[in-house]
Design a protein around this ligand. Structure first.
Ligand code: MG
Length: 398
């Protein structure tokens, strides 16, 4: 029996992880869960699982949940604020922690879990994007394992596991999202609804927007750089609209090893919880003769400028990814609120990074969690300022 804690328990990944726990209740025990503000979601989990602790980032939501817990006389610790999330991440009763919060917020969760000696199932790619060197340092000190949840990275992890040869290159696949094949100028007019209509994957709203711009793939390139210690020159992206080939590894003799699976996140989540074992699939899947034909296409760089921005910013390293990600998160939220045209998300992120290169105070800072958070905040406030004055667009593009 493996006991687990989930940070981000009510989001898309968290809910699918709970499905996995339900299905494999003889092997997994959910002991702690945390969410941003959805206290009703945690309350439902409390009714179903014998949780020892729950936490909500939003303190008012934590109070609302505490009231219900008192009313029912349940014995569970209810925690609030960022420190509450960290307590759940380091919960003594949990052996493995699923780090599945969205955005830069996830870095502290991931670090806390490693420091507390947990194996971490990493769904929060931003942990590595904004704080890669910090996570790797904590990982080394802890002697624990980091197991990827992202479908591309679990694919690469499963191909590379136990293999001694050095790969020539990693090939991340991208579905291309809902705007594949469109003319770049048409993206100025797309609606939130169109952008949320992802052709293959069932995901949360924010990551679905990141998929529509290919920012998600760019962040995954950075994630792969840190996870597999691979130079950016040896990480490639190829469009694969069917999303069956989750990623590929190329070796020097011209062989490609591909991981094929269904576009169903439960598979990747389950493997991160079952590793090093494999358990029965979460659903009945089609046989190979029923699969669609596979296509592989180059990325249209003009349609998806976010991807080359991510390579550039990844190579800059230090606090540049944190600044970019902060600005990008602000842009995604503005787009979802109907206040920003889709192409501006990449524009504002690029402009924020350019502004960062003129900020000596940030450039000189040693890389710490606090510095990362400051850089994310800088990116966010730059984006808010920039979005009020869009005339800066051309001049400030990176
Ligand atoms: Mg992915």
């Amino acid at each position: 029996m493996r006991s687990i804690a989930i940070v981000g328990a009510t989001g898309s990944i968290g809910r699918q992880a709970v499905e996995v726990v339900r299905r494999h209740g003889d092997k997994l025990r959910l002991v702690a869960a945390a969410a941003r503000s959805n206290w009703e979601g945690l309350w439902a989990l409390l009714r179903e699982f014998p949780l020892e602790a729950v936490a909500l980032l939003d303190r008012e939501a934590a109070q609302a949940l505490q009231k219900e817990v008192w009313k029912e006389g349940l014995s569970v610790e209810v925690l609030g604020g960022p420190e509450g999330l960290e307590r759940v991440a380091g919960w003594p009763g949990a052996e493995r922690v699923l780090s599945a919060a969205w955005g830069s917020l996830g870095l502290r969760t991931t670090l806390r879990a490693l420091e507390a000696g947990k194996d971490v199932a990493l769904a929060n790619k931003e942990s590595l994007v904004v704080g890669g060197p910090l996570v790797k340092e904590a990982l080394k000190a802890s002697g624990r394992r980091l197991i990827p949840v992202d479908s591309e990275h679990t694919a690469l992890f499963q191909i590379l596991e136990g293999r001694k040869e050095e790969p020539k290159a990693l090939w991340l696949t991208a579905s291309g999202g809902p705007f594949l094949g469109r003319h770049p100028s048409s993206l100025w007019k797309v609606t939130v609804e169109e952008a949320l209509n992802h052709p293959t994957w069932r995901m949360g709203a924010r990551i679905t927007i990141d998929s529509a711009t290919l920012f998600n793939k760019g962040l995954e390139v950075m994630e792969a750089h840190h996870f597999f210690d691979m130079d950016y020159d040896r990480i490639h992206v190829v469009i694969h609209p069917q999303s069956y080939v989750h990623s590929m590894v190329e070796f020097s003799d011209g062989s490609f090893f591909a991981h094929v699976g269904m576009p169903d996140m439960r598979g990747a989540i389950q493997y991160a919880l079952s590793y090093p074992e494999r358990w029965e699939a979460p659903a009945a899947y089609p046989r190979p003769s029923e699969w669609p034909s596979f296509q592989f296409l180059p990325v249209d760089q003009e349609l998806f400028p976010a991807l080359s921005l991510c390579y550039k910013v990844g190579r800059m390293g230090h606090l540049a990814p944190a600044v970019m990600n902060g600005a990008k998160e602000e842009g995604v939220e503005a787009f979802l609120a109907g206040k920003l045209a889709l192409p501006y998300i990449a524009a504002v992120a690029g402009a924020a990074v350019k502004a960062y290169t003129r900020r000596d105070d940030l450039l000189q800072k040693p890389l710490t969690v606090e510095a990362v958070e400051e850089a994310v905040d800088f990116g966010r406030s730059f984006a808010r300022f920039w979005m009020q004055d869009r005339s800066l667009l051309k001049e400030d593009m990176l």
